[in-house]
Write a protein that binds this ligand. Structure first.
Ligand SMILES: [Zn+2]
Length: 323
């Protein structure tokens, strides 16, 4: 009997690099993570990724897992033919132009596939997660930034120059705040963990409410997305308001996507979506309120189901459509 294929994937995140081995049914056989340490710069980060790739392949060999290629997901737009980062990635200085694919291929003597991190996540959710069985999928990840990806008939739609799906930089207010991309009023300026925390800090500038006093142990500097959702679970009105407003902004942009693509399913992932407190329900209601009824009649809106593993699982299967 032929040995079952095992996928090796690495997900380079702004905070952590997650990596692992996955079998053909999507079961995680091995996983680990290491801090990204972006402050060290692009070159040291590339050394770390190379080191992780070798460790991952060495571990696969130790366990007799046959690995045919390595997949890598990274922030930024990626030329998936070469594995080169072609756009700025605001979280990793100097990452634009990094030839991740070439460097790893030269070093490992193995096929290496590189793509955008949210593209990887969307592929994983389509193959093993919340979007199994759906032919047209829009996937969005709401965390430090807001990303998106399109999967049609099991294949990523990357666009003419690897930039498709960037819902985070769809403007929802022509005169809104300046975004780091140069545009104004991008969804990301309203709907990202940084935007939410900024709004909360503003509204608490005259003092903490009892719920925030409790979850933050009296210090606003302890504020994180998790703490914000913890305050919401204590029925804090400011927390609930900000979560609801954020969900409405996301739903507004997604209604546009739904009218444009008429997908079967919208999958929402990332740290903000995982918090609960009615976030996904409000997103869904806003989409249904704003989009054409014909576009939402058969639409499903679901939370991503693979959590933090989605990035490296999806990276691992990037090579499938090429072989
Ligand atoms: Zn923008």
């Amino acid at each position: 009997m032929a040995q079952e294929i095992v996928y090796a994937g690495i997900d380079i995140g702004g905070t952590n690099i997650k990596y692992g081995l996955v079998d053909s049914r999507g079961r995680v056989l091995f996983k680990e993570q290491r801090p990204t340490m972006v402050e060290k710069g692009a070159e040291p980060l590339m050394h770390l990724v190379t080191n992780i790739a070798e460790r991952l392949l060495y571990h696969a060999a130790e366990e007799d897992h046959p690995v045919k290629w390595l997949g890598v997901g990274t922030p930024g737009a990626v030329d998936s033919r070469t594995g080169k980062v072609i756009s700025l990635s605001p979280n990793i200085e100097g990452w634009q132009g990094m030839e991740i694919g070439r460097i790893l291929r030269d070093r490992l003597n193995l096929a290496v596939y590189v793509d955008n991190d949210v593209n990887s996540m969307a592929l994983a959710e389509s193959r093993f997660g919340a979007a199994v069985g759906y032919k047209s999928v829009f996937c969005t990840a709401v965390g430090t930034g807001v990303g998106g990806a399109i999967v049609l008939d099991g294949t990523l739609w990357r666009g003419a120059n690897f930039t498709a799906g960037e819902i985070g930089h769809v403007s929802i207010n022509a005169n809104g705040p300046q975004c780091r991309c140069g545009n104004r009023g991008c969804l990301e300026t309203y709907c990202s963990s940084a935007a939410m925390l900024g709004t909360i800090k503003n509204r608490l500038s005259n003092g903490l409410t009892p719920a925030f006093e409790d979850v933050l142990e009296g210090n606003i500097e302890n504020l994180t997305v998790k703490k914000l959702f913890a305050a919401a679970k204590k029925s804090d009105e400011i927390a609930l308001d900000v979560i609801s407003e954020t969900a409405q902004y996301l739903g507004t942009a997604l209604a546009g996507v739904v009218n444009l693509l008429n997908p079967e399913i919208v999958v929402v992932g990332g740290g903000v979506a995982d918090g609960g407190a009615g976030f996904l329900e409000t997103v869904t209601a806003e989409i249904r309120k704003r989009a054409f009824s014909t576009a939402v009649d058969n639409l499903r809106v679901a939370r991503a189901s693979l959590g933090n593993d989605a990035g490296f699982i999806g990276a691992g299967i990037l090579g499938e459509t090429r072989s």
